[in-house]
Write a protein that binds this ligand. Structure first.
Ligand SMILES: [Zn+2]
Length: 323
């Protein structure tokens, strides 16, 4: 908790100038029956924009379903349309989907299904960001200020979330580094105690990178994903190294390194994007990883990562075999 108080303290001056909490949209004034099922607080503008510019006629899509008619040819069908099927008259496909906002069933035709899918994926993404933010804000209310600092008009929820995560990550790095610099003046016992805070800070920064990776994955930005995973793995190793350096009572082992690395995430990404290990390796070795406390070389760090990845592959094989 202390870290976030510090984090807030750091932003206090900026926040004082602009009253961010003023911008928080409340739902007190919207209570009519037209209220959508999902309430958009943080991405309300973007949500309204999507709804206002949406060319999909949802009313029509509901109407066809109520009348049990094919949306492609207009024929009223004998058998009730319960799910996606082919129309017996025109032989075209009828798709049934649930509107992510109203929760109502929609009937879509071959002409509108693609447009609907792209609409729905945008809305689902917003809903997932909303949920994520809500949980995070509940745990750490100070996040709200940083979030509103990153939120600029006209940016999509995706871009806002990306900027928010990125900002949070560098703030955490900064704080960690400042604390680290103070350590050299402390006695051993004090050093150990303080080191937990610092390690925790850097680990929280890694969490933000993981969330950024998920945004990149969702949007099929493979190069960005690979870059982020390389940074995540590099930091995983460096943080273990640092914890050993700062804490005299704890002897860091090879297992500590292996266990810490996000190998599952990496292997999943490599497999789903059909990227081979050598490509990831050369990318990792060549890259300058922006971490504030570089200690081990890329080559040395890679040794641990390779061990972790090999072990993960073995594990996955075993699990598949069991299935
Ligand atoms: Zn038809």
């Amino acid at each position: 908790m202390r870290i976030f108080e510090q984090l807030f303290f750091k932003c206090k001056d900026v926040l004082k100038k602009e009253n961010f909490t003023k911008n928080i949209i409340t739902n007190k004034d919207k209570k009519d029956s037209q209220e959508p099922k999902r309430i958009f607080n943080y991405f309300k503008e973007e949500y309204n924009y999507i709804m206002n510019n949406n060319t999909l006629d949802f009313e029509k899509a509901e109407e066809y379903l109520t009348n049990n008619a094919c949306i492609n040819c207009g024929c009223v069908l004998k058998s009730i349309i319960k799910g996606t099927k082919t129309c017996p008259e025109c032989k075209k496909k009828i798709y049934i989907r649930t509107n992510p906002v109203s929760g109502k069933k929609l009937e879509l035709g071959e002409k509108t299904i693609d447009e609907y899918e792209s609409y729905a994926s945008k809305v689902y993404e917003m809903i997932s960001y909303e949920r994520e933010l809500k949980n995070q804000f509940m745990a750490y209310p100070k996040y709200v200020e940083i979030f509103y600092k990153c939120k600029k008009e006209g940016l999509s929820s995706r871009d806002v979330m990306w900027t928010f995560r990125n900002t949070l990550c560098s703030l955490l790095d900064d704080l960690g580094y400042k604390e680290y610099k103070k350590l050299r003046y402390l006695r051993n016992s004090e050093k150990t105690l303080k080191s937990f805070n610092i390690i925790n800070n850097f680990q929280l920064a890694v969490q933000e990178l993981v969330k950024m990776y998920k945004i990149a994955e969702l949007n099929h930005k493979v190069d960005v994903s690979i870059d982020l995973l390389a940074d995540i793995a590099y930091r995983d190793v460096q943080i273990v190294y640092l914890s050993g350096e700062l804490n005299d009572t704890h002897q860091v082992t090879r297992e500590d390194y292996i266990n810490k690395i996000h190998s599952n995430l990496i292997i999943e990404c490599l497999e789903s994007n059909k990227i081979n290990m050598n490509y990831f390796k050369s990318n990792f070795i060549q890259k300058k990883h922006p971490f504030v406390l570089p200690r081990l070389s890329n080559e040395k760090t890679w040794e641990y990562i390779k061990l972790a990845l090999d072990r993960q592959i073995e594990w996955n094989k075993k699990m598949n075999y069991k299935k």
